[in-house]
Design a protein around this ligand. Structure first.
Ligand code: GUN
Ligand code: FE
Length: 401
């Protein structure tokens, strides 16, 4: 697992490591050695007391090892699978309306301000710094409809060292705010411009990414604000360029009913996205509180994943997602803060609200099997990384045993 050319450049850490695997929700490795190669990838995990042997094998200086104190431990970065960077400006306020009214009254007017790049720079700098400080090393962001501000968000995330998926939001109908809507063709052209700048030009043509930590994500806001034509063509953009897709699904009952009215020919909310080719193995759908067993089966079959956003679900009184049921259908699931429907940008808060929601479900139904905190930790780390695979994951167990 280790290449000798990188051997002289290892950074080696010693201490307690806490992480998750598919088999075990929480693994604690006490007094372990972890080596990171010059590209930033973990190359080995070995036993601390075998320092002499390990340093000889991998060729590093044992006195240069960084040792943690007994009170400290290492853990994987937290993955926020759903956060609206632009809404950070009003996080913690305006939570007195249900979803559709909340969007019209508070959210669209604020998002319309991101044509102002100075305003965008201020808010986006704050949200990236804050989430990093809270342990979010990877974030899947919704920006706004504005391409230039979305590109700026990518630049800022990259500069501060956060891995980010950045979505220029697409919405060509039902944007009742007169300054916050786009035409279908404009939405498509701007999505391509955004993707080209982040990705296609950088990687395919020059073989050099301007923002190596950042990827574009195709972002139809949700079925309510997108025409059939826009969704079909966005799916094509995603397929032609092998891009991630993100949107919202089945968050609130009024929304579910409205989607049924807007797409009467579809069997369910999930069927709307499936018919528009938006359910792929690189799709992340937020919420999913009211998905039926049949819909969850479609998620499983297509390999699409869900972002569970418990703070937002509670704050906007949207619903209670039964994570146990989602997992029993073998659907990939991570956690999201959904700022500003969720009032906290911290993924540790998302962990707590995930357990609160699970316990609320148990109050309603005493046979409900609550999520353990070990499982919830796994959802916030490994769970999120399934929807947003950063790199193939090293298996600590394989090195260890
Ligand atoms: N559905 C469509 N847009 C949004 C949004 O900005 N926040 C939340 N929570 N749900 C949405
Ligand atoms: Fe959201």
């Amino acid at each position: 697992a280790c290449s000798s050319s990188a051997a002289t450049n290892f950074k080696v850490f010693r201490g307690t490591f806490v992480h998750s695997t598919q088999e075990e929700a929480l693994v604690i490795l006490e007094d372990a050695l972890l080596g990171v190669d010059s590209t930033g990838k973990i190359s080995f995990v070995e036993k601390g007391p075998e320092l002499e042997k390990v340093s000889a094998k991998f060729g590093f200086n044992p006195s240069a090892v960084t040792q943690l104190s007994p009170q400290e431990f290492f853990m994987p970065g937290l993955v926020d699978t759903h956060i609206h960077a632009a809404q950070y400006s009003f996080a913690g306020t305006a939570l007195d309306l249900p979803l559709l009214d909340w969007l019209q009254t508070y959210t669209f007017p604020v998002e319309s301000r991101y044509s102002d790049l100075e305003f965008a720079r201020q808010v986006y700098t704050h949200v990236v710094k804050r989430t990093l400080r809270n342990g979010t090393t990877t974030a899947c962001y919704f920006a706004t409809i504005h391409t230039d501000a979305s590109l700026l968000l990518g630049e800022i995330a990259n500069d501060f060292g956060q891995r980010a998926l950045v979505g220029k939001v697409c919405m060509d109908r039902n944007g009742l705010h007169e300054h916050y809507k786009e035409e279908t063709q404009e939405s498509l052209d701007e999505t391509s411009r955004c993707g080209n700048t982040f990705y296609i030009i950088n990687i395919n043509i020059t073989h050099f990414s301007r923002y190596p930590l950042v990827k574009p994500v195709v972002t139809p806001r949700f079925s309510v604000s997108c025409t059939s034509e826009l969704m079909l063509k966005l799916a094509e953009v995603a397929r032609n360029n092998n891009l991630h897709i993100q949107s919202h699904i089945s968050e609130n009952m009024d929304e579910v009913r409205l989607v049924q009215e807007l797409f009467p020919e579809s069997e369910s909310y999930t069927d709307v996205y499936r018919k528009h080719n938006l359910l792929t193995s690189k799709t992340i759908m937020a919420h999913g509180c009211y998905l039926s067993d049949e819909e969850l089966q479609i998620f499983h079959q297509t390999g699409s994943s869900l972002a569970h956003c418990p703070n937002s679900n509670l704050s906007l009184c949207s619903g209670l997602l039964d994570v146990r049921k989602v997992l029993s259908h073998k659907v990939k699931l991570g956690l999201g803060t959904d700022v500003a429907g969720g009032y906290s940008p911290s993924m540790l808060d998302a962990v707590r609200r995930t357990r609160d929601t699970s316990k609320a479900l148990k109050i309603q139904d005493p046979v409900h099997q609550t999520l353990t905190w070990e499982e919830t930790f796994r959802l916030a780390t490994l769970g999120g990384s399934q929807g947003i695979p950063p790199q193939p994951k090293p298996s600590f167990r394989a090195f260890w045993s």
